[in-house]
Design a protein around this ligand. Structure first.
Ligand code: GAL
Length: 732
């Protein structure tokens, strides 16, 4: 459903649970949870949402679209129950025309967030939580009796040079008509119009539109993610409809030993992402989804994200299009395949995923296997066939963990957890696939549970996590037969008691659940093109007694600088480059391997000094500098915000990070201070308003109350140690 004739109805729902009634706005999580050590049964409940909707014109067709409700629901409209909708990760569109009257209408939504065995991913254990509630947007559509249901932009890039090319578009439109037999469609793209007159049938059908040739058009690529607005208008004797889309055109080639976009080779360097956040689970609005994509692309410098293990927020995917982050998207599931009815549900979800996301240039493949499941020829023949029928432009994949598992897909996507800190880093594709030919091969997970690491863990453990990520990424870069590697995972996530550290968290992220960095994140961050930003991240807390045996070296400096100078106690110890003797063999194939300072004087017993790292470019010009004090003191709190303007009309949310720092601005990992938050204005803190630092940092999200009051809002941040900051937001 893509018509522009829609209205967001996220505001003013009545939420009923445990005989309590509350006013809430969407996205909403059925039970706000603690950060950890909660009982996951808390949110596996039935709950009810009620609202009045207004229907102006009963001669129009009325629909409601639920973008995400976990995991099943029954919509009741003016007392009439509609058929139950299953599947927590896909949109559900319900026509309500025949049940509504002019004026106010009552709707209520009974949401079943229990782990029902008839709905993927459930039926066995799952290493993540699915949370509950109406956790994405809800839309009301008022449409004529003929309307545009969807449009699929198939296209061919005929030639290309430097991401400029000639494109021939061959859109396929899906029309739902009750009455008409003729329709005129005009679509406007890059200042060109194309009009097609169609003979249409009653019911829902797809039609090919007149192709359109676009010359010299900016193509989409990871470094130049050009998007073009497309408007589509439908006119019949009786009906009018319009829709707008953002489109990106790219020539994607995925073959054995080759992944190229517009002729440029790309090596995948990515991380997996769960769409969950502290306290509210999946219930985060547009901005928070976008901020996650921005962290992955801009802060961690990734070119790829795997949406593990289900279709994620449309806003997250839109942002991936906008910023040039490649996406592997897949159907919901985790190791378990249920009975025939469960498989039918999975096929339904696969169809809904492709129909929803077909036009995203960022999506490079459809994952049509249940993550890490065993072979099931019959089921996977069907998922592959369905994906290929619905989308002739993309290849299929399906994440597996068993060597030699049946290859019905186009891309062999394998979780390779073989690296446990010892010699073996990745398996050879041939060994894994057991095929007699080379096939496109991507490593879709590594590290994760093999080496859980907390933001509060000691320096050595964090270094080892970083090195493991570095080794696997380096190995993948060096092996032509591997198209790239996607690590497990970007952010720590809440999980069931069967997994993780017993507190309902898997500490597998290169960032913590608050999206604050562990050392491993610097491996990725430092791979940023130095033309964009110089990065200088020495993996050290710089202290005499933190590591075993009071060692301070080696220091791995993850940087994209050409060389670094080291100053100890004011005295230069020389300039260090990536010379073969300084390179760790297992990490040397990164674009920017770390510069390793192996051994210097100043070990246990000698007088301890400050240390300074100066980063230089190729011309020995200073481009970055970091200083670590021999005797840091807790000096202040540093607050980082990502926007100062929020939407007052709908629930909007943004993250605020707080760091405990010394005079040099370095995070002090062992500060155990508490911060207290006080808000003024129409915003609230998600979670608690007292927080303790975790590994020297913490973050919180604020959300607007969707009151429509355009004013200023303020958060006062006060630490128990006496540091204070205030931040201000404009509600627009
Ligand atoms: C994989 C699984 C992921 C996560 C990971 C932890 O087997 O696909 O969902 O559980 O292990 O390392």
């Amino acid at each position: 459903m893509i018509s522009n004739n829609k209205q967001c109805i996220n505001n003013d729902w009545t939420y009923i649970v445990d005989n309590k009634t509350n006013k809430v706005n969407l996205p909403h999580c059925n039970k706000e949870l603690s950060y950890n050590y909660f009982d996951e049964k808390e949110y596996q409940i039935l709950s009810k949402y009620k609202k009045k909707i207004y229907i102006e014109d009963t001669s129009k067709r009325s629909f409601l679209k639920f973008d995400g409700v976990m995991g099943a629901f029954i919509l009741t409209i003016n007392g009439k129950d509609l058929e139950e909708q299953k599947g927590g990760y896909i949109p559900h569109i319900l026509e309500i025309t025949e049940y509504v009257k002019q004026g106010e209408n009552d709707i209520s939504v009974l949401v079943d967030s229990r782990e029902r065995e008839d709905i993927p991913p459930f039926g066995y254990v799952v290493d993540y939580l699915t949370f509950g509630g109406i956790y994405r947007d809800v839309w009301q559509y008022s449409l004529d009796r003929t309307y545009i249901k969807n449009i699929y932009f198939e296209y061919e890039v005929l030639d290309y040079l430097n991401d400029i090319g000639k494109v021939i578009c061959k859109p396929i439109i899906e029309i739902d008509s009750l009455v008409d037999d003729k329709a005129d469609i005009v679509y406007t793209l890059a200042n060109k119009n194309q009009k097609t007159s169609l003979d249409i049938k009653k019911g829902i059908s797809k039609y090919n539109l007149e192709p359109l040739v676009l010359e010299n058009i900016a193509l989409w690529n990871v470094d130049s993610p050009s998007l073009h607005k497309c408007n589509i208008e439908l006119k019949t004797n009786l009906a009018k409809d319009e829709a707008s889309l953002n489109l990106g055109f790219r020539k994607l080639e995925i073959e054995a030993e080759k992944l190229a976009i517009n002729g440029k080779d790309i090596k995948i360097m990515g991380l997996n992402r769960h769409q969950s956040y502290p306290y509210v689970g999946y219930a985060m609005p547009k901005r928070a989804q976008e901020e996650d994509a921005d962290i992955l692309k801009n802060e961690l410098s990734l070119n790829t994200v795997r949406c593990s293990h289900y279709p994620q927020s449309p806003y997250f995917l839109d942002r991936c299009d906008e910023i040039g982050l490649l996406v592997l998207e897949e159907i919901a599931g985790w190791q378990h395949i249920g009975d025939i009815a469960w498989q039918e549900q999975s096929l339904k979800e696969l169809k809904a995923m492709i129909e929803r996301d077909f036009n995203h240039p960022s999506i490079i493949t459809w994952g049509v296997r249940i993550n890490e499941s065993c072979d099931n020829t019959q089921f996977y023949k069907r998922t592959n066939a369905l994906a290929r029928e619905l989308d002739k432009t993309r290849l299929t994949s399906g994440v597996r963990y068993l060597e030699g598992s049946e290859f019905l897909e186009d891309i062999y996507t394998m979780n390779d957890f073989c690296h446990n800190g010892k010699e073996q880093i990745l398996r050879e594709p041939k060994q894994v696939t057991k095929l007699d030919k080379k096939v496109p091969y991507i490593v879709t997970e590594f590290c994760g549970h093999i080496y859980p690491t907390k933001k509060t863990d000691c320096e050595e453990r964090q270094i080892e996590q970083a090195l493991r990520h570095a080794r696997v990424q380096s190995k993948a870069r060096d092996n032509k037969e591997i198209l790239g590697a996607i690590g497990w995972c970007s952010f720590d996530y809440n999980t069931h008691f069967d997994f993780g550290s017993g507190d309902r968290i898997c500490y597998h992220g290169v960032m913590d659940m608050f999206r604050n960095p562990k050392f491993a994140s610097f491996v990725y961050k430092s791979q940023k093109d130095e033309k964009k930003e110089y990065i200088l991240e020495p993996l050290t807390f710089w202290s005499r007694g933190e590591r075993q045996e009071a060692k301070m070296f080696p220091i791995y400096v993850f940087t994209n600088c050409d060389s670094i100078e080291l100053i100890l106690g004011g005295v230069s110890k020389g300039i260090f480059k990536r010379e073969p003797k300084n390179l760790d063999d297992n990490i040397k194939y990164l674009k920017y391997p770390p510069i390793v300072i192996t051994e210097l004087d100043g070990e246990w017993g000698a007088s301890f000094t400050d240390i300074e790292f100066i980063g230089y470019d190729k011309n020995l010009k200073e481009v970055a500098r970091r200083k670590f004090l021999k005797n840091p003191t807790y000096d202040d709190i540093l607050v980082r915000i990502y926007t100062d303007t929020l939407d007052s009309k709908y629930l909007d949310a943004t993250r605020v990070c707080v760091f405990a720092i010394d005079k040099e601005g370095n995070t002090l990992p062992f500060v155990n201070d508490i911060i207290e938050l006080e808000v003024d204005g129409d915003i609230e803190i998600i979670g608690k308003n007292k927080l303790c630092f975790l590994g020297g940092s913490i973050a919180f999200w604020i959300r607007t109350k969707a009151s429509g009051n355009m004013q200023k809002a303020k958060v006062d941040i006060k630490s128990m140690a006496g540091y204070k900051k205030s931040i201000y937001f404009d509600l627009k």
